[in-house]
Design a protein around this ligand. Structure first.
Ligand code: HAM
Length: 421
């Protein structure tokens, strides 16, 4: 038997319900916020990710799936969605469209060669949004509030928005210098990865999972003390908008993010709920005002985020939304002989065309087994067909919660069900 590759999993059974539910909630919320759907290729020219996500990031330095295709081109399976969206924005000249900013959402699989564990996969699925073309602080707050509303809609309550500012280039450079000065005498006390980061991207040391509780990091200088006036003003404005939009947040100066393209606002959505261990970050994002230019497009301020659908699935199962998500059938039609089955087939079709979710038996089950299947599927109403009723043009409906039975004229069955679901 051939098995699935390490770090991947099949979305089947109850996972399919959760997966579609999460995608559905995000898409609906995005449409309310006036975002449009975009789909970009799963593989892109390798240089796209090397230039955008950054050579020094963990993702590019040790996690990408790189290969040569049959035409000897260097190809990379996308490790994240932002770079592809920016490439598409430039290639499709979206910067020239009348309605700016361009607001896009996407979902799909990404590939990172990570060590698999709970909530961490090699094939992961993200849902993300990107706003391209506006430097307004309203957009920073808008994308954060969009994710916040989606979590709320899903019933995930204890999500903390952790937010920080990396400032503009000048602030970041000043901070990097101060941090390097501070860390230099302590570098031998940090983990091997941090030693490498010290050379390539010292800010990344701040979100090291190994050294996170070390007093060296706890006493390190904080970025917010190095923001110039312009950057400080900007950050405060974002927080003011978040207050107006009623989003709870915590300023956390250890949030620096693992990708190189960010400046100004950076944020993560974290949960303390069980089941995810160290993979408790449900999503993250920030502003990236220089990426479009870096990829040879016109100077374009942007902001966005992505959430891990796989992690949201684990959380939703944990908070037990089972009945609502898993068992959602409206009607089950029971039949035992051929005459009843013919009627059932027609009735099920009529109900489905009336947007009622329904099912009937196609396995020749006994009546008792059909009742059991209806329960397993969470059917709200049962239709009990019998030859006597059919001759008189009536149908028996049983409420599967209250167990009350009622006889309805066949012509009125759809109206009755619609008002009783
Ligand atoms: P990221 O922080 O690398 O950001 O990933 C976003 C989310 O994807 C994470 O918070 C996590 O929930 C999920 N994720 C990442 N790696 C894995 C994994 N191995 N297994 C399961 N889930 C995972 C980005 O990708 C940026 N493109 C976000 C962004 C959009 N920034 C601006 N716009």
């Amino acid at each position: 038997m051939i098995l699935k590759p390490k770090g991947t999993y099949d979305i089947v059974g109850e996972n399919s319900k959760y997966y579609n539910y999460i995608k559905g909630v995000f898409s609906t919320v995005c449409e309310y916020y006036n975002f449009n759907y975009i789909r970009t290729p799963i593989f892109e020219d390798s240089s796209l990710f090397h230039r955008s996500v950054g050579e020094s990031s963990d993702i590019v330095s040790k996690e990408t799936y790189d290969f040569k295709d049959r035409g000897d081109r260097s190809i990379t399976l996308r490790p994240e969605g932002t770079a592809g969206v920016v490439r598409a924005y430039i290639e499709n000249k979206m910067y020239g469209e009348v309605d700016q900013p361009i607001k896009l959402y996407y979902e799909g699989t990404m590939y990172r060669y990570e060590r698999p564990q709970a909530g961490r996969y090699r094939e992961l699925t993200q849902f993300g949004v990107e706003v391209l073309g506006s430097d307004s602080e309203i957009e920073d707050a808008e994308v954060i509030s969009l994710a916040y509303r989606a979590f709320e809609e899903m019933g995930i309550e204890d999500v903390v928005v952790k937010i920080n500012s990396l400032g503009d280039n000048e602030s970041r450079d000043n901070y990097r210098k101060a941090l390097v000065e501070y860390l230099k005498p302590h570098i031998d006390e940090l983990c091997p990865d941090c030693k490498k980061r010290f050379e390539t991207n010292p800010l990344r040391i701040l979100d090291c999972k190994v050294d996170k509780d070390s007093p060296i990091l706890k006493n390190a200088p904080v970025i917010t003390d190095y923001l110039n006036e312009e950057s400080k003003k900007r950050f405060n404005k974002v927080l003011e908008y978040l207050n107006v939009l009623d989003v709870d947040y915590e300023v956390d100066t250890s949030i620096v993010r693992g990708l190189d393209y960010y400046n100004h606002t950076v944020f993560e959505f974290q949960t303390e709920m069980e089941g995810l261990g160290s993979a408790n970050t449900l999503g993250g994002g920030g502003r990236y005002n220089h990426l479009v230019e870096l990829l040879d497009g016109p100077s374009t301020p942007c902001v966005g985020f992505a959430c891990g659908i796989d992690r949201l699935m684990i959380i939703l199962k944990e908070i037990n939304k089972d009945r609502e998500i898993k068992n959602s059938l409206d009607v089950y039609v029971l039949s035992v002989n051929e005459e009843e089955r013919l009627t059932a087939a027609r009735l099920v079709q009529d109900l489905r065309w009336s947007e009622i979710k329904c099912e009937m038996d196609t396995m020749n089950r006994s009546l008792k087994a059909q009742f059991k299947q209806a329960d397993r599927l969470g059917a709200r109403q049962l239709i009990l067909l019998n030859s006597e009723d059919l001759k008189r043009g009536i149908i028996t409906v049983k409420d599967n919660l209250t167990h009350e039975e009622i006889k309805i004229d066949e012509a009125e069955i759809i109206d009755y069900l619609i008002s009783n679901l």
